[in-house]
Design a protein around this ligand. Structure first.
Ligand code: MG
Length: 202
């Protein structure tokens, strides 16, 4: 399986990063070794500025290439929640040098994923609210209705370049409020006020 992540899919987040809003979905990838389903998360030694980015995650259910916008709903059945952990200090250096982002984005355990996914039939896809709490305070709060590119637009665009397969995960971008995590923090992710994961930062 593979992990595809969309960048700058919420305009408020693009603003907080001083980044332009993209004209088409912008994506990068993480390897399967990035997946993290445990409770105790250890900050890697190569960063002094690890940031949380909470994101809705689409699980691909069918093989597809060149998927049209109209057919895209047939290629996913479930939505989960994850964190696209980012070594912001490392990313800044990569950006300055014009290097790829992998060191900052694709390291081991950088793709937190909920153990539970919700069937999309149980959701209003245009109105999925989700949030991240740090030490019981909400730090990120988003809704699928704020996405610049919809789940369908993302699937259609990515599949022009890369064949999608069952089990592939697409992280659909983070709303504003990204920030640093420190040892001792507790992060909890919610969709519609239901807990989806809890992490202890070590
Ligand atoms: Mg992200």
């Amino acid at each position: 399986m593979k992990i595809i992540c969309i960048g700058r899919n919420y305009s408020d987040h693009a603003k907080e990063m001083n980044a332009e809003i993209p004209e088409e979905p912008m994506f990068f990838m993480k390897p399967d070794t990035a997946l993290f389903r445990e409770k105790d998360f250890y900050i890697p030694e190569f960063t002094n500025d690890l940031h949380h980015e909470v994101e809705l995650v689409v699980k691909i259910s069918k093989v597809g290439k060149h998927i049209s916008l109209q057919n895209a709903p047939n290629y996913y059945e479930e939505i989960g929640l994850g964190i696209d952990f980012t070594a912001r200090d490392v990313q800044k250096i990569c950006k300055e040098k014009g290097w790829p982002w992998e060191k900052a984005k694709s390291f081991d355990n950088s793709a937190v994923i909920s153990n539970h996914f919700i069937p999309k039939s149980e959701l209003d896809l245009q109105n999925i609210s989700f949030s991240l709490q740090k030490n019981n305070t909400i730090v990120q709060n988003g809704n699928s209705n704020q996405m610049i590119f919809s789940f369908e637009a993302i699937i259609s665009h990515v599949s022009k370049f890369i064949t999608l397969k069952p089990g592939d995960l697409i992280y659909t971008g983070t709303p504003e409020g990204v920030g640093q995590v420190k040892i001792g923090d507790v992060l909890e992710g919610f969709i519609h006020d239901k807990p989806f994961f809890q992490l202890k930062i070590k």
